[in-house]
Write a protein that binds this ligand. Structure first.
Ligand code: AMP
Ligand code: GLY
Length: 419
């Protein structure tokens, strides 16, 4: 089958790498792709959020399956346009993408379906939001509605901080919610409209600094599996959170198709939903792709078509991804820094280096082109060994303008040390 992959980050490089190794994958086209993805796919520089351009490219290249990496094309209706054109697509409709695009939509769905999540109030205006604060204890969580790339959330430790966050956001849709205590874990499920099958668990590190301090980022590293999400807790999350969501979406006439990424808080009462994303996490995807066995392209096609699909084959080994970012990230990253030694790191240390934000200079040199630049990923029998390997890979890469966290996986590794 011929596949068109949309996106240009480390997540898409990992998807392209895994799809390229699938026996059923014929031509692999990426739009727009990046210098890493060029290793596995033919990259075409079109806007992945333009439904007409995507459909035209898919027709021209006789595409059998479109795989959508990021959320923006989904929210823009690209999956709808592909389906209308009769092209199978792995990724939800714009209506189903509201699970990520609107926090209020998801909270209301949870309330209707009795899905465990933080107690909340939805407000439209600043004065309503300020008035609603008294219903909550401290800390309290303030969320601007709509796609905010994780930046629209304030965990306020005091009333003053909560009020300041509301005033800074001004009038507009907002969700105010109860603070949940516990450890976070991510669960990824494949959903074909009516059925949901767990794919993998992972944990990521969102803060820029070691010890999970400093501003939020897209994610500075991840590992899979997340043993803290035990088989028992994963079963509960499927039954109490994912499956009722899939039923609600189907009953509303907006079935979900693709990968549903549940951000969970593992509270003393059990898993509760913090948020949904309607795509793979980045860098969780990089860590998960190294664990996938079998024909991944065939699996995604079966999910996209709603054909019977088997639970994916997953390695029991552990994987870790360490992000190397450009100085300045998550503020303004320094662009143009030279990167060298990727192939040697891969060859000598057995890592797989995905390109998250690189650019190819006309001279052929590889340069930093974004905030998160490289996703150095390793697989091994234990998480400790995957970590050791990943950092050997990181240390072998020459990127003077780059920085990374040295403590990816610390929670899980500390637990292992204690055991
Ligand atoms: P979100 O964009 O909803 O994922 O929120 C970003 C981050 O804020 C999450 O990954 C959590 O660390 C934190 N967070 C969000 N909602 C809550 C909550 N109700 N209780 C505790 N922490 C939360
Ligand atoms: N790593 C978090 C995300 O992809 O949203």
């Amino acid at each position: 089958m011929n596949i068109l992959l949309l996106g240009s980050g480390g997540r898409e490089d990992a998807l392209a790498w895994r799809l390229r190794q699938s026996p059923s994958c014929g031509d692999l086209i990426a739009a727009p792709g990046n210098p890493g993805i060029e290793r596995w796919a033919d990259c075409v520089p079109i806007d992945p959020c333009d439904p007409h351009k995507v459909v035209a490219l898919a027709k021209e290249r006789r595409i059998d399956l479109v795989v959508v990496g990021p959320e923006a094309p989904l929210v823009a209706g690209v999956a709808d346009a592909c389906r209308e054109a009769g092209i199978a697509v792995f990724g939800p409709s714009a209506a189903a993408a509201q699970l990520e695009g609107s926090k209020g939509f998801t909270k209301d769905l949870c309330a209707r379906a009795g899905i465990p999540t933080a107690a909340y109030v939805r407000t439209e205006r600043m004065d309503e939001a300020l008035a609603a604060l008294h219903k909550f204890g401290l800390p309290v969580v303030i969320k601007a509605d709509g796609l905010a790339a994780g930046k629209g959330v304030t965990v306020a430790m005091s009333r003053d901080e909560a009020e300041a966050a509301i005033r800074a956001a001004g009038d507009g849709p907002m969700v105010i919610e109860e603070y949940l205590e516990g450890e976070e874990a991510s669960l990824f499920a494949l959903v074909d409209g009516t059925r949901a099958v767990p794919l993998a668990s992972a944990q990521d590190h969102k803060r820029v600094g070691e010890g999970d301090t400093g501003p939020n980022t897209g994610g500075m590293g991840a590992y899979s599996p997340a043993p803290v999400l035990s088989p028992e807790l994963e079963g509960r999350a499927m039954r109490e959170i994912i499956e009722p969501t899939v039923r609600e979406m189907a009953a509303a006439g907006t079935p979900f198709n693709g990968v549903l990424y549940a951000g969970l808080m593992l509270t003393p009462e059990g898993p509760k939903l913090i948020e949904y994303n309607v795509r793979f996490g980045d860098p969780e995807c990089e860590a998960i792709m190294l664990r996938i066995e079998g024909d991944f392209a065939e699996l995604l096609q079966a999910v996209a078509r709603g054909d019977t699909f088997q639970a994916p084959k997953l390695s029991a080994q552990a994987t870790m991804t360490v992000i190397v970012a450009a100085e300045g990230y998550p503020g303004t990253p320094r662009r143009g820094g030279a990167i060298d030694g990727i192939e040697a790191a891969e060859r000598e240390h057995g890592v797989t280096v995905f390109h998250a934000g690189t650019a190819r200079h006309s001279s052929g040199a590889l340069l930093a082109g974004g905030g998160r630049v490289l996703a150095v990923t390793a697989i091994a029998d234990t998480l400790a060994n995957a970590r050791a390997r990943a950092y050997r890979g990181v240390d072998a890469i020459d990127f003077a303008d780059g920085f990374h966290r040295r403590d990816i996986g610390w929670r899980e590794l500390e637990r292992n040390d204690a055991a």
